[in-house]
Design a protein around this ligand. Structure first.
Ligand SMILES: [Zn+2]
Length: 231
């Protein structure tokens, strides 16, 4: 099916030209062109309302809502009603300017939203956590060390505990050297602060342990997951 020419849709929206029987038939059966025509008429109405371009742009949400309402109100499958109100010649450039303003506002909103989105985390090291032999094979996780001196720890299917799960950094060349980083606190992912002064090239073994609430700050010896940081 051949759609109506976009220029012709603009003229029809402005009632600068009247619908020919061919347009009429096409609009009656083509939802695409019908919606386009209604969207254009909505913009034309905005142009008529303000007449003064300094009034533009109105709040972008309102414009988009108007356009959506305009589209939503397109009678289906009824034939769109003809506009009887004559539209002056000056409206065409106003329509073009209004449409441009709508696009400019939409573009600004998009750029604005992109600009205010949090920057992507810069990852300086990562590790895949694998279950130790005594732990169900479905358990696992991952660690990402962030440039900001933080560690994001994601775990899944850890065995239930009456105590808590603790994150450690261990020197694999001397397993007695370790530092506690923090608790997982029953959440599937946490962001912990890397203890200041810790050399992650040395303390590169990440260990998740099951710790009882016994007041003993030392490692319980019950490791669940382990993985080595790589850069
Ligand atoms: Zn069409």
């Amino acid at each position: 099916m051949q759609h109506l020419d976009p220029d012709r849709l603009v003229l029809l929206a402005l009632s600068e030209e009247t619908e020919s029987p061919l347009d009429f038939d096409h609009l009656a059966e083509c939802a695409v062109c019908r919606h386009e025509l209604y969207a254009l008429r909505t913009v034309a109405d905005l142009g008529t309302e303000s007449q003064d371009l300094r009034d533009l742009p109105p709040p972008p949400e309102r414009i988009w809502q108007s356009i959506e309402v305009g589209i939503g109100q397109a009678p289906v499958p009824a034939v769109p009603e003809r506009r009887s109100r004559p539209r002056p010649r000056w409206l065409l450039p106003v329509l073009a300017a209004a449409a441009a303003a709508v696009l400019a506002v939409a573009g600004t909103v998009v750029v604005d939203r992109l600009a205010h989105r949090a920057p992507p985390e810069r990852v300086t090291a990562r590790a895949t956590l694998s279950p130790l032999p005594s732990v169900p094979a479905a358990a696992g996780g991952s660690v990402r060390v962030l440039a900001a001196g933080e560690m994001r720890v994601d775990v899944r299917n850890l065995p239930l505990t009456t105590g808590f799960h603790e994150v450690w950094l261990i020197d694999p060349d001397d397993l007695t050297k370790m530092v506690a980083v923090g608790n997982l606190s029953d959440k599937p992912d946490v962001v912990l602060t890397v203890p200041p002064g810790i050399d992650l090239n040395r303390y590169r073994l990440v260990d998740i342990s099951d710790e009882p609430h016994d007041g003993d700050a030392a490692h319980s010896g019950r490791s669940l997951l382990r993985g080595t940081l790589t850069y």
